[in-house]
Design a binder for this molecule. Sequence first.
Ligand code: SF4
Length: 484
Amino acid sequence: MTTRSYHVITYGCQMNVHDSERISGLLEEAGMVRAAGEGPSAGADVVVFNTCAVRENADNRLYGNLGHMARVKESHPGMQIAVGGCMAQKDRDLIVKKAPWVDVVFGTHNVGALPVLLERARVEDAAQVEIKEALETFPSNLPSRRESPYSGWVSISVGCNNTCTFCIVPALRGKETDRRPGDILAEIRMLVDQGVQEITLLGQNVNAYGVEFGDRQAFAKLLRACGQIDGLERVRFTSPHPKDFTDDVIAAMAETPNVMPNLHMPLQSGSDAILKSMRRSYRSEKFLGILSRVRDAMPEAAITTDIIVGFPGETEADFQETMRVVEASRFSAAFTFQYSIRPGTPAATMPGQVPKPVVQDRYERLVRLVDDIAWQENRRFEGQEVEVMFAVGEGRKDQSTNRMSGRARDNRLVHVAVGDDPAELPRPGDVATATITYAAPHHLNSDRPLRNLRRTRGGDAWELGTSEPKPVGVGLGMPTMRVG
Ligand code: SF4
């Protein structure tokens, strides 16, 4: 029997990106190889959609893409299509009703069942739909095909015990399940042994970590334990929640040299009335208080956020509160979203849905303010030196502009002009000092020669191709969509 190939298409947040690494690992363990073909299916025998229900129009997008896949399947005998992730957990057998050419539907709690379900679908020649209500195996215990040899995601918890009214995650990912610290640290050590030098700890609400085994300081302890791991150069985490953010975490960040000075702290709204209606139990003064304590402890910290504009009931006065908090917070970047209805969430049926033109107008004013502040903050770096860890896929125009891109310690994106001399060319994973010559709202540029180029184990791992990197990067700490 010839070796079958697979292709995973991932939508949504970094949870999904990480789950897709598990899906790839599982399929490889089952004897498949990654497809190298062209087009939406990459010519694969098995195409897996790892879906997201958070994004607007997620349904239309998925069913549109599945429709396209029907035609591909007709011309590819034996091809199988599987759908997993949050849309699968939400729509279940509706997926095979709407798209009967789908072979397998699996949920967020039983990723590990995918190879068996594919085989069963093939043998029985019938679609398999299997959705579980509770987590079967913590995803980190499944095999993995890591996308980057120098950076890795490490799950510390899945699910969420909060009930933010705009969020579908609690319904689809279930209650929080915490992984034991020993297991997490063992995984990190294993990754570091393989050349990984940067990790991002991942959970829907990392500050609640430990709630399941009764240790409220567990997250701070975990950060400090990461500081003891030789060879681990950069530790990041996402996402914290202002409600649970405690000073022991700030102290652990400030006192652990390899924990990076950057914090992504979702604000969502600056209006206390809207926060209440979102069922987010902190208020704007608490949020600003955390930021000020973080900056007292780490003056160099870059703080980013998520903000939703036009939540049901939001008045101009509420919006002005958001503008006030944004002004005071001096974010280095913000992911701004226009509220739109997510079926199945409490906010979907709330009165006072804000008309689209009003949302658009507020959104544009907010983006202008966010960009102005981010640019002012970035300009402070002109003439300064920053340590850059280079990465694949961070700079879309790198090839045409003869640049390489990476992240500063505070996670700012830096584009660096590089020459042709291979001796001076960093590899993805390598680290060097760049002098910032020009700051833009969303990135820094360096047109001076690099200094202190350091060949790292991560760069060696990249060069050895132990895990061939993806051309489109997994932007650590800068996901496309996040809830938290
Ligand atoms: S927004 Fe974040 S904290 Fe709130 S319910 Fe969703 S995952 Fe949990």
